[in-house]
Design a protein. Structure first.
Length: 328
């Protein structure tokens, strides 16, 4: 039986807010290497769709490993990113936003990924928009385990105009969950990102690193290729194309300094196929060009990318086909 969370005294809330806001204004110091035992641990980044989780992960890792767009369900997999600072190695886990609007096989797989990610980590970072909290946020918060410390990360803090109004919002948040810390920030501010390492480090256990210090992610280049194509697909088709489209890599070959990739964009209806191809093939050509350019930048090599579009009716509600497309 869970006991009610005691209401924090107002002066404690004011002190927490003042300390947090002071940290935002302060100039962040560069991380320096510290002699001591190695620390390493998992940090799960969770929140509703489109709250900035993937942007935060990319900033923490220092390179783009998780795709972003304004479309719901952009992140569909558990993406692991590594960052080594001094004697500490952070293993960041980006998760799909918890889905509540649709109950098909794809969304069931995505929600299973979220639940699997938060139950075996050392720290959970619950990302919300500063000053905001709705039913979708509440659903994610209700799923968090009680035996793992949770940091309330108020993202997009730079968009808050009346910061004094955050005190009552913070009090209401503390009444919802006993958060270990409150961190207002902007994922696009490099100083805010840098100070997060010192905050997170306290929760990492003393143990050997899990990856080499220069590693960025555990995901393969083949996976990154499919994700980059899917990002451009989502960005360039907007809301006109349903979220049920996906990308499958058919061929991935390396020839010296060149990578040859053939990929299929899978949609559910013939009408969706036309949206992806566009007038005289211009939309598909642009998707391929932008994905190729980003992959060349990521890998520092030449990329030859060939794209096809196929219709697979009802794939997103077919458990077997969802698994065959890599969603577990």
């Amino acid at each position: 039986m869970n006991t009610p969370t005691p209401k924090p005294p107002k002066n404690d809330l004011d002190a927490m807010l003042a300390q947090a806001l002071g940290g935002v204004r302060a100039t962040a110091t560069e991380a320096t290497e510290v002699v001591g035992p190695q620390r390493c641990g998992y940090v799960a980044i969770v929140g509703k769709p489109n709250v900035g989780k993937s942007t935060l992960l990319n900033a923490l890792v220092g390179q783009k490993i998780s795709i972003t767009s304004s479309k719901a369900q952009t992140t569909r997999h558990r993406i692991t990113g590594y960052r080594t600072e001094g004697t500490s190695q952070f293993v960041f886990v980006d998760t799909p936003g918890f889905q509540t609007r649709h109950g098909n096989a794809l969304n069931r797989a995505l929600n299973k990924t979220v639940l699997g990610a938060v139950n075996d980590v050392d720290l959970i970072v619950f990302v919300v928009e500063a000053g905001q909290f709705n039913a979708a946020d509440a659903k994610v918060l209700s799923l968090l385990p009680t035996n793992v410390p949770v940091i309330l990360l108020a993202n997009k803090f730079d968009l808050v105009h009346r910061r004094g109004e955050l005190a009552p919002w913070l009090q209401s948040m503390q009444e919802r969950h006993p958060f270990a810390e409150f961190v207002p920030m902007s994922a696009k501010n490099s100083k805010d990102i840098q100070r997060l390492f010192a905050i997170f480090e306290k929760y990492l256990p003393e143990q050997p690193w899990m990856a080499a210090p220069d590693d960025l992610t555990d995901r393969s280049e083949r996976f990154m290729a499919s994700e980059m194509v899917r990002e451009k697909l989502f960005r360039l088709t907007g809301d006109e194309l349903p979220y049920t489209s996906t990308v499958v890599i058919d061929k991935f070959e390396e020839e010296g300094r060149m990578k040859r990739i053939a990929a299929t964009i899978v949609v559910e209806r013939e009408g969706h196929k036309g949206m992806v191809i566009g007038d005289k093939g211009e939309k598909l050509k642009r998707i391929g060009t932008e994905a190729r350019q980003e992959l060349e930048k990521l890998w520092d090599c030449k990329v030859f990318l060939e794209l096809w579009v196929k219709v697979r009716s009802g794939w997103a509600d077919d458990d077997a086909r969802v698994r065959s497309f890599g969603y577990e």
